[in-house]
Design a protein around this ligand. Structure first.
Ligand code: NAD
Length: 260
């Protein structure tokens, strides 16, 4: 049903975004990959997805903190692929600090990339979706869109913010065949999370295995990391006919975290 649709997945050179991009490519969806990284590695990913799944894959390195670059990426995507049918707002960064010491530039960057970029991609994508009477907007939020953890004020604020944005956009586009939802993952072992492990181990004087089980997975009852494939499968489901009446809500994929 989604074969031949066109998707933009922000932050898709790594981690969850890359998993979602591959999940869509498998279903025959053309793609715009976005994100930072080594140019040769990104080209290998782009060409690999295109040849493995027989879909069109474009790379656009737009910086999600710069609205002119986001606008250019969205219009370019629509011109090259013939519209934007699926938008996944996934690019995100993290920084951990007590609120009174939180660097102002880090706060601004987190709000810009995790929250404001979704406003810029969505406002450009919606007219393309309305013109076809079909669209799917999927915001990769977090369990931190629903509950908080200390020292993550900017991240938690950005993720709670994207939940409100999700509900508002869903109401505005509901009569146009367009849905807007958030996926709220728990901990997924991606570079964003892996980077935190050695420092946390050092700071707490414990092993990296202890950090995984007793710190990262402390609130995740399954004691298992969520996989990128599970998040990607949820995104593909949200694009199916069965999900056409699911809008303005969130799907938690977090091993029971927010059941506490
Ligand atoms: P990651 O670090 O593996 O990937 C982040 C992606 O975003 C990369 O492709 C990176 O290049 C890109 N990116 C970062 N800044 C950018 C910018 N300014 N412009 C364009 N691209 C940029 O991280 P991940 O864990 O895959 O996280 C992806 C999303 O999932 C984020 O929104 C994150 O908050 C959310 N999330 C992650 C977890 C987790 O445990 N990993 C849990 C819940 C939610």
């Amino acid at each position: 049903m989604i074969k031949g649709k066109n998707a933009v997945v922000t932050g898709s050179t790594s981690g969850i975004g890359l998993g979602i991009a591959e999940g869509f490519a498998k279903e025959g969806v053309n793609l715009v990959l976005n994100g930072f990284g080594d140019a040769a590695e990104i080209e290998q990913i782009r060409a690999g997805l295109a040849s493995k799944y027989g879909v069109k894959v474009i790379y656009d390195g737009a910086d999600m903190s710069q609205h002119e670059q986001i606008e250019a990426m969205m219009h370019h995507a629509a011109e090259q692929l013939g519209g934007v049918d699926i938008l996944v707002n996934n690019a995100g960064i993290q920084f951990v600090s007590p609120v009174e010491e939180f660097p102002v530039d880090k706060w601004n960057a987190i709000i810009a990339i995790n929250l404001t970029s979704a406003f810029h991609t969505t406002r450009i994508a919606v007219p393309y979706m309305k013109s076809k009477g079909w669209g799917r907007i999927i915001n990769i939020a977090s369990a931190h869109a629903l509950v908080a953890s200390p020292f993550k004020s900017a991240y938690v604020a950005s993720k709670h913010g994207i939940m409100g944005f999700t509900k508002t956009v869903a109401l505005e586009v509901a009569e146009h065949g367009v849905t807007c939802n958030a996926i709220c993952p728990g901990y997924v072992l991606t570079p964003l999370v892996e980077k935190q492990i050695p420092d946390t181990a050092k700071a707490r004087g414990i092993t990296e295995e202890q950090v995984k089980r007793d710190v990262l997975l402390a609130a995740q009852p399954t004691k298992q990391f969520v996989t990128v494939e599970q998040v990607a499968g949820t995104a593909v489901f949200l694009c199916s006919d069965s999900a056409a009446s699911i809008t303005g809500t969130n799907i938690s994929v977090e091993g029971g975290w927010t059941a506490h």
